[in-house]
Design a protein around this ligand. Structure first.
Ligand code: OXD
Ligand code: MN
Length: 602
């Protein structure tokens, strides 16, 4: 196989790595992705021809396509995801580990000859603005046209990236092969010591778009630790006040807990009247670096949104609905016979006839043998859309140095226990709050829905090294940044005794963000509780919101007796890290425990 004839780069290490991979996978041809419009049109037409894409009605959905993935390949498979560090203890107890040589051998055996009869695409991509010192370059080799067309939306690709790479620049080596999407051979492998990722047997987003979770979180968290910054599973948003001044916030929530909705929040009328505007910088990943002014600055390394479709509608997220009107790829939603797409809890009536996410004929109201409704869209069906199409996209979203961060928010989905919002006492306590985070499982991961699992900083599936060292790195960052952001915890999902959500969520969350920003400026009334500062009863602006004082009381309630089980959960989780856990985390734990259960003095 001649890899040289159309090569767009003369980078010797890049070329010899491509040669090596081509020798292993044996594609019929190699195509370099240049990032041009002409290339996009050509590849889309090809994807329609192969059946990977269905073109949607061009009037209603201009430039949009539909894709259905294999039915056993619709979510990230965390049990098949491995950190292949040299030493097992460097992956830590929360990651699956495989020795690097075993990883290369097992995935290599599956990849061998797997691209015969296929094309291997070479995708040079940049996470972050091309050429920014904040950015990282990767090159993904893949035999999936779907992956190429998604990567073109989710990352900056092509010739400008190769120009920035030059002939000797560093890049993450990303090899992806569909290998017949065989789940028994599926492996998502990260080699932090080699700055490499190998993914085989899956075509699903988080497993196959290697710039996203694999590079921008698992590999980047390793690089960030070495280089003194943070790679986090966080949205970034800006809140502009009536004077035109904007403060920025990052927020970490586990997958499918509303990061995209919060990032694109629309202010409720009462707050709009106060002059607030909300700007989106990113919806999933933030890279945070100390700036020359002693603050922490954040940038979104991605170029698009890979959002969950079901539940997205004009009420929950009007900006997302506007974003996906054109140039969007829809995966595993319902496909209407009229060339439309539709999903549960979306906008409008479903089409009269269509195919569900498994490709079976579907009509509205269809029920299974037990009389349960058959859903049209998979609960983790997705849209891939360019960030630039979002009506609330910040004019600073592509600033090479990022935006300065005032507050970091951690949050989970908890029906009970966690109040609507609380502020940590200081950075180290905030790190503890993040480290002890937990959430109920959603459809973004394979597993039992609703089960509570500890998900520190929403990074459990994404931290590419031992999480004890990761907590240590967070503590270190607090010492290295003279004026770090304040740290908060939120829970939009608290329920009453009848199982009803107490807080309306969505746009109304701005009321909580307003209090948070007030606290960052030394304002915002609060009461001190054992877990942190909670808003005083009248501290949130509730103008125009129908919520009873009783519900507010329940939302802000901290009852020490409820925390016993939580303390056990945190202690059990921390113990998994043995003596590698920073002592500071244990001190924070003991402090919380004694604040909740003050020692009785005789
Ligand atoms: C995602 C996820 O796709 O977290 O963003 O699963
Ligand atoms: Mn995510």
């Amino acid at each position: 196989m001649d890899t040289d004839s159309h090569a767009l780069s003369h980078h010797p290490k890049l070329k010899s790595w491509i040669d090596e991979c081509a020798k292993l996978c044996k594609p019929d041809r190699i195509v370099w992705i240049d990032g041009s419009e002409e290339e996009k049109n050509r590849l889309e037409a090809e994807a329609v021809k192969t059946g990977e894409f269905v073109k949607l009605d061009d009037k209603k959905f201009p430039g949009c396509f539909y894709h259905r993935s294999s039915s056993n390949d619709v979510a990230r498979t965390e049990h098949l995801t491995f950190i292949c560090s040299r030493r097992k203890e460097d992956a830590g107890p929360t990651n699956n580990w495989m020795p690097p040589e075993e990883g290369y051998r097992r995935a290599g055996a599956t990849l061998a000859g797997s691209m015969k009869g296929r094309t291997m695409y070479v995708i040079p991509f940049s996470m972050g603005v091309v050429g920014s010192p904040f950015s990282k370059i990767g090159v993904q080799l893949t035999d999936s046209l779907y992956v190429v067309l998604n990567m073109r939306i989710m990352t900056r690709v092509g010739k400008p990236v190769l120009d920035a790479l030059g002939n000797d620049g560093e890049f993450t080596k990303c090899l992806h092969g569909k290998a017949d999407l065989d789940i028994s051979k599926r492996l998502i492998l990260h080699f932090p010591d080699d700055n490499a990722i190998w993914s085989v047997g899956s075509g699903y987003g988080g497993n196959a778009l290697l710039g996203k979770k694999c590079l921008a979180l698992r590999i980047a968290s390793n690089l960030a630790r070495k280089e003194g910054w943070l790679a986090e599973h966080m949205l970034i948003l800006g809140i502009e006040d009536k004077t035109g001044h904007t403060e920025y916030i990052t927020a970490a929530f586990p997958s499918a807990c509303g990061k995209t909705n919060l990032a694109m929040l629309v202010a409720p009328e009462a707050l709009k009247a106060k002059g607030y505007k909300v700007w989106t910088v990113g919806d999933d990943i933030a890279w945070l670096k100390p700036g020359p002014d002693g603050r922490l600055w954040a940038m979104n390394p991605e170029f698009g949104f890979f959002g969950v479709a079901p539940g997205t509608n004009s009420r929950t997220n009007p900006h997302a609905m506007d974003t996906v009107r054109k140039n969007t790829i829809f995966t595993n939603t319902l496909l209407g016979k009229d060339g439309s797409v539709w999903w549960e809890d979306g906008d409008g009536e479903p089409p009269a006839e269509g195919w569900d996410w498994m490709g079976r004929p579907w009509t509205p109201g269809q029920k299974d043998a037990e009389g349960k409704p058959i859903v049209g869209a998979h609960p983790n069906s997705r849209f891939t859309a360019p960030a630039s199409q979002c009506p609330s996209i910040s004019s600073h979203w592509q600033d090479p140095q990022g935006v300065p961060i005032s507050a970091v928010i951690f949050g989970g989905r908890r029906q009970h226990l966690a109040p609507l919002v609380y502020q940590s006492f200081d950075w180290a306590h905030g790190v503890f709050v993040g480290a002890s985070m937990a959430s109920e499982r959603t459809a973004a991961q394979v597993g039992k829905l609703g089960e509570v699992r500890r998900d520190p900083m929403a990074m459990l599936p994404f931290c590419g090294y031992n999480m004890a060292d990761y907590f240590g790195h967070w503590l270190e960052m607090g010492r290295a940044v003279p004026n770090p952001p304040k740290i908060f915890h939120v829970n939009w999902f608290r329920k009453d005794e009848n199982g009803k959500f107490l807080w309306p969520g969505y746009g109304e969350n701005l009321r909580v963000l307003e209090w948070i920003l007030g606290r960052c400026k030394g304002q915002g009334k609060a009461q001190k509780t054992p877990i942190g500062h909670v808003p005083a009863a009248d501290a949130l602006d509730l103008t125009g919101l129908k919520i009873s004082p009783k519900a507010m009381e329940k939302l802000l309630d901290v009852r020490p007796e409820d925390w016993d089980q939580e303390l056990d959960g945190v202690e059990g989780f921390f113990r998994r890290f043995d003596e590698r856990m920073p002592q500071e985390m244990w001190s924070q734990f003991q402090n919380l425990k004694s604040r909740l259960k003050p020692p009785v003095h005789a």
